[in-house]
Write a protein that binds this ligand. Structure first.
Ligand code: ADP
Ligand code: MG
Length: 682
């Protein structure tokens, strides 16, 4: 059987000489295959349209008659703008053409013209990218637009792709097995690739895209699923001898009974730990759902089985807080806990590392400081990372390799919509705490505009007089006139002025670690009543006496972030409030603010955010390991993704997949990625 020729040089295409080949290389196109799979990111539409039809996009082609004398005006040096009224169908519109002054003389009342460009419905105006006098018939009705760089034009690239198709029509081979093609009624690969470049119509384009998206997802999921499968079979994991009785007595000693959801995830985690493969599990649960105690139970299970545990948090504040709460929980159980952050230096650090290596420390809590090379464990069995999306793949890996295939538990409070979890955590198991501990009062959320600031301050004062505390969060720390963001420093000054008799603390990223700790401790001990802060307090901070969260310029935050911030209050017995200050000028902003006041369901908010702002907001783009797809969109194509995932999972379990010719082209990328020799992924 022949295989798609990855090495087939692009220079075999007529018209592609050395310099064009070099330009193509800049675009990442080296082989024919690369060229065929260099997909358009949008299309120019030369189908002549009727503007009264409602569903046309913003890029249109229309034909019509000139209804007014063209008006030509010059600006800057040699720039010009020409405006002319055109009657197309029953619509009278303005067409604007930049830098085509010659049109002025050519156009007469009643002339027929064909115009392509960007359609602004509100202004009934087309900004022309192409302007033809007379009726123009285009050979390509829907023309591909490719991302290009200097030295290459879209038109040129269209020509090259077309030439490649004519010359090498048979270089595109089917990769999908027949049964899958039949099941989903997918277009063949050759046709699909041709259609995606040169669509014969809208429906055909849709079908082509559907097929290629499925293929992209299937390839991705095959990697994920085979990785998972191989890891399970490799038996390299640490089998932890779970002491169920001991763990039960620990759970009984907790100051509260576990929620049902906590119990369920504890069981899932312990089962993984007891098994022979290494756990690779994501624990997600809304803010306040009680993930810390779940982590503590898992850590206790590791420790009582003779292993060490590590807990890594993204900030010093959080690490200290975790060390504190573990300290308390483990007090009666003679578990030794140490804290390692950037603040631990010199002799203290040396001693700590020695004890760790000798196995005298059972649980090491810390920040990135944990992954430094000289931090060595004697028998690391369980790694927990809190707010996992804050860490890069590489950082997580470096912590993990400090043990011999330790179990790994990732925790996140950013509720990840199922659609996204499916794709991002393709190789992980997911446990979800979907229930908050009982007895929590609902946080009341209000949205006000800036002009209400004085009332907000009176409200803060009222809470403070009752002995409560408040957070005031601002989006940026430095004055930025363009953004018109009131900064934390200003806000701090204002609060100090307007709340005499109370102590107002200031917290932002530019403070030293010592200063941060001091401010945070002041707030915890209530010597500071109001904490003005940037978003450094966002994750995990736990001060149950704080009942008021005021968020300035709330419309600058993502909903998930707002939800996280709001989760800092409502942690104690008192009624808590969240006040969003935002002028919210756009309809979307207003919609988002309203949604915040209506729901405290983190999943609902994050799903909404995902649709609105895309997945980049959930994870730092680079760090997340968010897969990059050429055509597929993880959000909108998630049904296809789910199907591809099921199919992939079945395929990798089928021995024929690893042997038969039929699957060769699907299997090959896995082999090339080194998946069979464990070199794959992080
Ligand atoms: P998160 O999931 O946001 O990390 P935490 O672990 O910080 O939540 O828990 C939030 C608060 O809820 C803590 O004060 C914790 O002691 C408390 N808590 C956890 N589990 C329970 C429970 N089952 N019943 C009552 N309170 C609980
Ligand atoms: Mg937490």
């Amino acid at each position: 059987m022949t295989v798609p020729d990855k090495t087939s040089q692009i220079s075999k295409v007529k018209g592609v000489g050395p310099s064009v080949a070099e330009t193509l290389k800049q675009l990442g196109i080296e082989s024919l295959d690369d060229l065929f799979c260099y997909f358009p990111y949008r299309y120019d539409n030369y189908e002549v349209q009727d503007l009264e039809k409602t569903d046309i996009g913003d890029h249109v082609t229309v034909q019509g008659k000139v209804q007014s004398e063209p008006v030509l005006s010059f600006y800057a040096k040699k720039r010009s703008r020409l405006a002319v009224r055109i009657l197309t169908g029953r619509s009278l519109i303005t067409v604007t053409a930049f830098n085509r002054p010659y049109l002025k003389k050519k156009l007469n009342l009643g002339d027929e013209v064909t115009v392509t460009g960007k359609w602004d419905r509100n202004r009934a105006e087309i900004t022309a990218t192409e302007f033809h006098c007379g009726i123009q018939n285009f050979t390509e009705q829907i023309a591909p637009v490719y991302p290009v760089k200097d030295g290459m034009t879209v038109k040129r690239l269209r020509g090259i792709v077309r030439q490649a198709f004519n010359q090498f029509p048979d270089k595109i081979q089917e990769t999908l097995p027949q049964n899958i093609m039949r099941e989903y009624r997918l277009m063949g690969r050759k046709d699909a690739i041709r259609e995606i470049h040169f669509p014969t119509g809208r429906d055909a384009l849709k079908q082509a895209r559907r097929r290629l998206v499925y293929e992209e997802f299937l390839n991705y999921e095959l990697k994920m699923q085979s990785y998972k499968q191989i890891k399970r079979n490799s038996n390299g994991g640490t089998q932890i001898d779970i002491r169920m009785e001991t763990i039960r007595s620990f759970i009984r000693a907790l100051p509260f009974p576990l929620t049902r959801a906590q119990e369920r995830v504890v069981n899932e985690i312990l089962a993984d730990m007891a098994s022979g493969f290494s756990m690779n599990r994501l624990l997600q649960g809304d803010v306040g759902s009680g993930k810390t105690v779940v982590a503590a139970i898992a850590l206790y299970a590791a420790v009582t089985a003779g292993f060490q545990g590590a807990l890594m948090a993204p900030t010093e504040i959080l690490a200290e807080q975790h060390a504190d709460s573990l300290q308390k929980l483990f007090e009666p159980f003679s578990v030794s806990i140490a804290l390692l952050t950037g603040n631990v230096h010199g002799k203290e650090r040396r001693l700590l590392l020695e004890e760790l290596q000798e196995g005298h420390i059972d649980i090491l809590v810390g920040t990135h400081a944990l992954i430094q090379d000289d931090v060595l464990f004697s028998r690391l069995g369980l790694v927990v990372t809190d707010e996992q999306h804050r860490f890069g793949v590489e950082q997580r890996r470096r912590l993990r390799v400090k043990g011999k295939d330790p179990d790994v538990l990732y925790m996140t409070a950013t509720p990840i919509p199922r659609t996204l979890a499916l794709s991002v955590f393709g190789d992980m198991d997911v446990s979800t705490i979907d229930e908050l501990p009982g007895g929590r009062k609902l946080i009341r959320t209000y949205w006000v505009r800036h002009e209400m600031m004085d009332r907000v301050i009176r409200f803060i004062e009222k809470e403070l007089r009752q002995g409560r505390q408040a957070y005031v969060v601002c989006p940026l720390i430095e004055e930025s006139e363009q953004l018109d963001v009131q900064n934390a420093l200003d806000m701090h000054a204002e609060m100090v002025r307007k709340l005499p008799g109370f102590r107002v603390g200031l917290m932002h990223g530019k403070l030293s670690n010592e200063e941060k700790t001091e401010v945070m401790n002041g707030f915890k001990e209530r010597s500071i009543q109001v904490l003005v802060s940037t978003t450094v307090i966002e994750v995990g901070v736990n001060v149950p006496n704080a009942t008021l969260m005021v968020i300035n310029d709330a419309d600058r935050f993502g909903l998930s972030q707002l939800h996280q911030l709001r989760g800092r209050v409502g942690r104690g017995e008192h009624q808590s409030y969240c006040i969003l200050i935002a002028d919210a000028r756009s309809e979307t902003s207003r919609e988002r603010m309203r949604l915040m006041t209506e729901t405290t369901d983190g999943f609902r908010l994050s799903t909404f955010d995902l649709q609105l702002r895309g997945p980049g907001d959930f994870f730092g783009k680079k760090q997340s390991g968010l897969p990059a797809f050429k055509l597929a969109d993880m959000v909108h194509d998630y049904r296809t993704l789910a199907a591809a995932r099921d199919d992939a999972s079945k395929l990798v379990k089928n021995p024929r997949f690893w042997k038969d010719e039929t699957y060769f082209l699907l299997r090959r990328p896995l082999i090339e990625a080194g998946i069979l020799d464990h070199a794959f992924l992080d």
